[in-house]
Design a protein around this ligand. Sequence first.
Ligand SMILES: [Mg+2]
Length: 411
Amino acid sequence: MKITGVRTLLMQAAPASSGKPTKQVAPAADGVTSKLPGTRNWLFVKIETDAGIVGIGECSGWPRVLERAIEDLSVLLIGEDPTHIERIAQKLQVAMMGHGMLGTVGGGALTGIDIALWDIKGKALGTPIWNLLGGKVRDRVQIYTHANNREFAFSAKARGFKAIKCSGGNGLLDPVRKVAQMRDLLGDEIDIAVDVHGPPWLTPQDAVQLARALEPYNILWLEDPIAPDNIEGYQRLRDASSVPLAAGERVTGIFGERELIERDLVDVIQPDAGRAGGITQMKKIAAMAEAHHIMVAPHSGSLGPVAEYAALHLMASIPNALMLERMEDDWPGRRQTILPHPEQENGFLTVPDAPGLGCDVDEAFVAEYPSQGNVSVPSKPMDERDEIGGEGRLYVQTRIKRAKFFSAGDE
Ligand SMILES: [Mg+2]
């Protein structure tokens, strides 16, 4: 079997918006919200073969840029045997070396191609990808959703979720008070995670204060408490607090996740299912984590539905699968994009059984939503940027509004 063609399908994963924040409405009983992600794009990759088998994959990590990257890389794929997945990944990494280390764009390109190759292999052998990864450890994969207020907390509980995450969208002010509120609303039966998004506006010293204040609430994890490039800061935090830590969504591949795992700096590793390097790299990352008793909870907040399928196959096959992030049907069009759409049931997704990934996209529907933009547009002018954790801020801006960020203890 030989690869004969590579195609990309890029879409705006929501109707066009001005880039201004839209009020989010809690999901109804069927899980659908009316929130518009605004700047979110999904990029799907289709790899065609001379056997008539077509594989599908997905890339996150700046999809509009990635579309061109895939186009560039496609000349290296034509004529290759698609079943030699590792060989192709090695070839692509050498081809991208001159562009620098494997960042999220390179990782995203590898990911979309890798997922599509696994899909082809599964279809050619007539078996689901989880079977090629060693078989199933579980038939269902737990998912968690986001909840930042009473409306969303009750919605998540009503839909059967066993875990939620407070993420505050673009940033989270006063996370301790938020967790206290959620614990009060949800009791001890539902796990609560907190994501502060790797903020350069929190120093390791701030994060220690935050982590210690969160200790009494027995949270699932504190995610990205400081900027992801501050490994020594993670060590300081690790040494100073017992709160479980999670990180890893912004780096790619085994080399990106290595230090977090090898130095036991996290309890939960969060490779992004659309840019970590694909199923091949995710499996390796999971194995590295397993050797450290670190659990895997793939990041998928910015992903589309094909990468979610890839994560499902991985999570089905590894022992240390914790749970999968899901922006639970953030846009009604998600259901029309992916065929079939995986329905959650009591906070779980059923592992697919069809050969390969077990999904396709509706290309006609995708074509109805052409990409129009792919960067966040702040709603405030620069001179009004003064919030920690708010969207109107500078990248490096610490030591402001600390009382607001840490005010939970006063209530
Ligand atoms: Mg995160």
